[in-house]
Design a binder for this molecule. Structure first.
Ligand code: C2O
Ligand code: CU
Ligand code: CU
Length: 537
């Protein structure tokens, strides 16, 4: 056991190619993690893991203690980071009809560095699917992967038949198979798409894309708009895709992160912006485990105007932008550096639990190259508000969900929901029209972004009042050793709707189940099949 942990930590440290940092905060992390882990893991093992991690870091060749300075940027070409869209096969302006093919393709993640990734239409990330609220989307999907897959439309409030979950929605699309997705997009906002079969492996290999639903009633206009898909990919020294099962159940318990950061499929890209000109960034975290914690730069703040399900009640000024896997944000950002200069947008480490900050160094996500045009005097950011009603809690059903972690006889880790392993978790039940208040408690030493398919929810404060500004969420992080309460109203779309941790290794390790939503007097809908969560390909 201790051997296995040691090997895992060594491997993780080598593969991430980190430099050691020994800041006070990180050392505190070790002691806190030790006590929280102590419950489920023998103390000696934890202590040896922590010690080994540090020892390993010191022993690894090429590692040296470094001050907390950003990793230097590569100097590549300047890009506009725009995401290609897909040709529309349908003449009706309110219908977007596209071909989408999942296939292995060679993509370039940085100048000269090519990877055979799993892609949609040969692109990493997949093409941007962009339409207007109320439009209909028809997707002719073909699976050219060497494995079954499906497409799940994360965050969209669709009929269950279109949700991409094998068993609950459709059969999985076998290698060589096809499926047609056909639905109307009900809400404006930034969403995303990804597989729902072996999702930790498939998303990790590159299968994800952004899905932007425009709101024609928006009254503000920002000249420079971009969609930023944040992710990472795990590559071997030879540049091949790393085995998605590295580290065994310990790797699963942690949630494997990729060693190469990507923004719109590029590692450390350089992007040009104009000084003083406001940018609007629609950002999605499509990484399978990594949380992003973006620093806007000295003296600059993000103005956040939207969340998972479109605009929020009013904007927030943020000194850093944290996105858990699956979450989205809509922000204004005004770079003010001198024309001709360049600086990095830093992705700080985020403490999502044991192993996420220890002996690792943060790095720049991308760098901003200030265009050589005269600086413009920055204008105040447009004021963006939205009337959102708090979901009524009258008559709501309380539901308790507890995320736990346990070990088998052989000491391998598995996650539990209300004490039950994956195979034994009973689905939650809900009736059409019902409101439920979920108290999600996390007893584990890792944070778990809980995601509910098909519905938006609102997060409540500890006192039961909705968190302000009001937002529509479909994914929210339940911090380690903490809890989150949320309220959701189930409308008339019966079906089995999955909920799971969006650290995809955690989902497959046990933090995954469904809500069986039925109409009164009608039989309960079919549950997701086992194929939704096989342990390994
Ligand atoms: Cu984005 Cu069930 O997932
Ligand atoms: Cu989803
Ligand atoms: Cu999790």
């Amino acid at each position: 056991m201790a051997q296995e942990l040691l090997a895992t930590v060594r491997r993780m440290l080598t593969r991430v190619r980190v430099k050691t940092t020994h800041r006070g905060t990180e050392v505190t992390e070790h002691s806190r993690s030790t006590s929280v882990l102590g419950v489920s893991v023998p103390q000696c093992v934890v202590i040896s893991l922590v010690c080994c991690a540090l020892v390993a870091a010191f022993e690894l060749p090429g590692l040296q203690a470094a001050p907390d300075t950003p990793v230097a940027q590569s100097s590549g070409p300047v890009t506009d980071l725009s995401l290609p869209t897909v040709p529309d096969l349908n003449p009706d302006p309110r219908v977007l009809e596209i071909n989408l093919t999942a296939e292995v393709a060679r993509v370039e993640v940085s100048p000269g560095r090519r990877v055979d990734a799993w892609t949609y239409n040969g692109m990493l990330p997949g093409p941007l699917i962009r339409l207007t609220v109320g439009d209909r989307l028809i997707v002719h999907f073909t699976n050219k992967l060497p494995s079954p897959t499906t497409v799940h439309w994360h965050g969209l409030r669709l009929p269950i038949q279109m949700d991409g979950v094998p068993g609950a929605s459709q059969p999985q699309v076998e290698a060589g198979g096809t499926f047609t997705y056909d639905f109307v997009v009900p809400d404006a906002g930034l969403y995303w798409y990804h597989p729902h079969v072996m999702s930790a492996a498939q998303v990790g290999f590159g299968l994800y894309g952004a899905f932007l639903v425009d709101d024609p009633s928006e009254t503000f206009k920002v000249a420079d708009e971009r969609v930023l898909v944040l992710s990472d990919i795990d590559l071997t020294e030879q540049g091949a895709l790393e085995d998605p099962e590295t580290g065994g159940s310990t790797g699963m318990a942690f949630g494997r992160e990729g060693n190469t950061l990507l923004v719109n499929g590029r590692n450390h890209p350089r992007v040009s912006m104009r000084s003083g000109v406001t940018q609007r960034w629609r950002v999605v975290n499509a990484a399978k485990s990594r949380f992003f914690n973006l620093d806007p730069g000295v003296g600059i703040r993000f103005t956040k105007i939207g969340d998972d399900g479109g605009h929020q009640e009013y904007s927030e000024e943020l000194e850093s932008l944290v996105l858990a896997p699956g979450e989205r944000a809509d922000v204004f950002y005004t770079p003010t550096a001198k024309p001709g200069t360049e600086y990095g947008v830093h992705a700080y480490l985020f403490d999502r639990g044991f192993g996420s900050v220890e002996a690792r160094q943060s790095e720049d996500l991308f760098s901003i190259v200030m265009a050589d045009t005269p600086a413009v005097t920055p204008q105040p950011h447009p004021r963006v508000t939205r009337a959102i009603e708090a979901i009524s809690q009258t008559g709501a059903t309380p539901v308790a969900i507890e995320f736990g972690i346990d070990q088998k006889e052989d000491k391998s880790f598995y996650y539990t929901i209300n004490g039950k392993p994956l195979a034994d978790i009973p689905p939650l039940k809900a009736a059409v029209g019902e409101t439920q208040i979920w108290k999600v408690t996390n007893t584990t030493p890792w944070s778990h972004p809980i995601h509910l398919h098909g519905f938006f929810f609102q997060v409540l404060d500890k006192d039961g009042k909705p968190r302000r500004p009001l937002k529509w969420k479909d994914t929210v992080s339940v911090p380690l050793k903490d809890s989150v309460t949320l309220v959701v109203r189930f409308d008339d779309r019966p079906g089995s709707w999955m909920y799971h941790c969006h650290v995809l290794d955690h989902a497959e390790g046990g933090l995954m189940s469904a809500v069986q939503l039925s109409r009164p007097g009608e039989p309960a809908p079919p549950l997701p099949s086992e194929h939704t969560h096989p342990a390994s390909p």
